[in-house]
Design a binder for this molecule. Structure first.
Ligand code: CP
Ligand code: NVA
Length: 308
C-alpha cells in the first residue's frame, strides 16, 4: 500500500508517536553539524522528492528541501503555474508522470479534493503540504515542539483562538489520535468543519466550542493561534473585527497554566491574531516550532517511504 499523508489519520497515532520519537533522535544525533551535511545513516540516499507549490510558502518549502537533503536524497521544487498543470494538464496525469520518475510527491494546493485526486493516481506517496482543509505536516512539528518542552500529550488541554481553519482541523484530528483535548474560541460563522470534531470525539478526545476567549484560555497547557486571513481569503472583508475578541494577549495567557506554551505556525501578523508581548514573550515556542518543521518533515518522509 502506498503511504499517502493527506491527513494525520492516514498515519494514525502510533505512527505519529514514532515520527515524534524519530525526530527527537535525529535532531539530537546531528547537533552542531553543518545544516547541509546528511545524517550519518542517509536513509533516503538515491531518493528524489518532487514538490509542487500552488500557494506561497517559506517554511514548508525550505524544511522539506533540507529534510530530503539531510536524509541523503534530492529534491525538485516546482511552482504549479510554471508546470503544464498551470496550462490545464490534469492532476491525475501529473501524478502518473511524476510517479514514474520520483520517489515521493509533496503538494501545497487549495482544494483538498485536488490532493485526493493526485493520491488516487500516484503510485508513490503524496504528502499534504497544506490545503484549504488541513495542514498535517505542521501539526507533527507542533506536537514535537510541545513534547520537547515537557508537555505530556495525553490529557493535555489545548486552547485555539481565532479562525476555524486548516491548522485547527489538523490540531483537532491530532487530539483524537494522541488523546488530548481542544477548546476553541472562534466567532460565529468561522467554525471549523464539524467532521473533525466528531471524529476526534469518537476517538475519545473532548472538543469544545466557546465564544468566550477567557473560558477557552483558562487552564490551558498549550495556547495556539494562526493568521485570521488564510491564503486565498485575501478578499474576505470585515473578518478582522469579528476576530478581535479572540486576539491572544498577555491577559489571556495569564488565564492559562503558568507554564503554558504558545504556538503559531507562522507567518504571523503581530497586532492581529497575537500581540508582540505574547509571540515574542517567554512562553512562545515559535522559533523551535519553525525549526521543528525540518525535523518533523524528515519523519514524515521516512514514514511515507516505509522506513518508519
Ligand atoms: N507554517 C507554514 O506552513 O509556513 P509556510 O507557509 O511558510 O510554508
Ligand atoms: N492558515 C494558514 C496557514 C499558513 C501556513 C493558511 O492557510 O494560509
Amino acid at each position: 500500500m502506498t503511504r499517502h499523508f493527506l491527513n494525520l489519520s492516514d498515519a494514525g497515532g502510533d505512527a505519529i508517536a514514532a515520527m515524534i520519537a524519530d525526530a527527537i533522535d535525529r535532531k539530537a544525533a546531528r547537533a552542531g553539524w553543518p545544516k547541509g551535511k546528511a545524517d550519518a545513516d542517509a536513509p533516503l540516499a538515491g531518493h528524489t522528492l518532487a514538490m509542487i507549490f500552488e500557494k506561497s510558502s517559506t517554511r514548508t518549502r525550505v524544511s522539506f528541501d533540507m529534510a530530503i537533503r539531510q536524509l541523503g536524497g534530492t529534491s525538485i521544487v516546482m511552482d504549479g503555474g510554471s508546470m503544464q498543470l498551470g496550462r490545464g494538464e490534469t492532476l491525475a496525469d501529473t501524478a502518473r508522470v511524476l510517479s514514474r520518475m520520483v520517489d515521493a510527491i509533496m503538494i501545497r494546493t487549495d482544494d483538498h479534493a485536488k490532493i485526493e485526486e493526485m493520491a488516487a493516481h500516484a503510485t508513490v506517496p503524496v504528502i499534504n503540504g497544506l490545503t484549504d482543509l488541513s495542514h498535517p505536516c505542521q501539526i507533527v512539528a507542533d506536537l514535537l515542539t510541545v513534547v520537547e518542552h515537557g508537555v505530556a500529550l495525553p490529557g493535555s488541554e489545548w486552547a485555539w483562538l481565532g479562525d476555524g481553519n486548516n491548522v485547527l482541523h489538523s490540531i483537532i484530528e491530532a487530539a483524537g489520535l494522541m488523546k488530548f483535548n481542544v477548546r476553541y474560541g472562534v466567532p460565529q460563522g468561522y467554525e471549523p468543519d464539524p467532521r473533525f470534531g466528531e471524529e476526534a470525539e469518537k476517538r475519545g478526545a473532548t472538543i469544545t466550542l466557546s465564544r468566550d476567549a477567557q473560558a477557552v484560555a483558562a487552564g490551558a497547557d498549550v495556547v495556539v493561534t494562526d493568521t485570521w486571513i488564510s491564503m486565498g481569503q485575501e478578499h474576505v472583508h470585515n473578518k478582522l473585527a469579528a476576530m478581535m475578541p479572540y486576539q491572544v494577549t498577555p491577559e489571556l495567557m495569564a488565564l492559562a497554566k503558568s507554564n503554558a506554551k504558545f504556538l503559531h505556525c507562522l507567518p504571523a501578523h503581530r497586532g492581529e491574531e497575537v500581540v508582540e508581548a505574547v509571540i515574542d514573550g517567554p512562553q512562545s515556542l515559535i522559533w523551535d516550532e519553525a525549526e521543528n518543521r525540518l525535523h518533523a518533515q524528515k519523519s514524515v518522509l521516512l514514514w511515507a517511504l516505509g522506513k518508519l
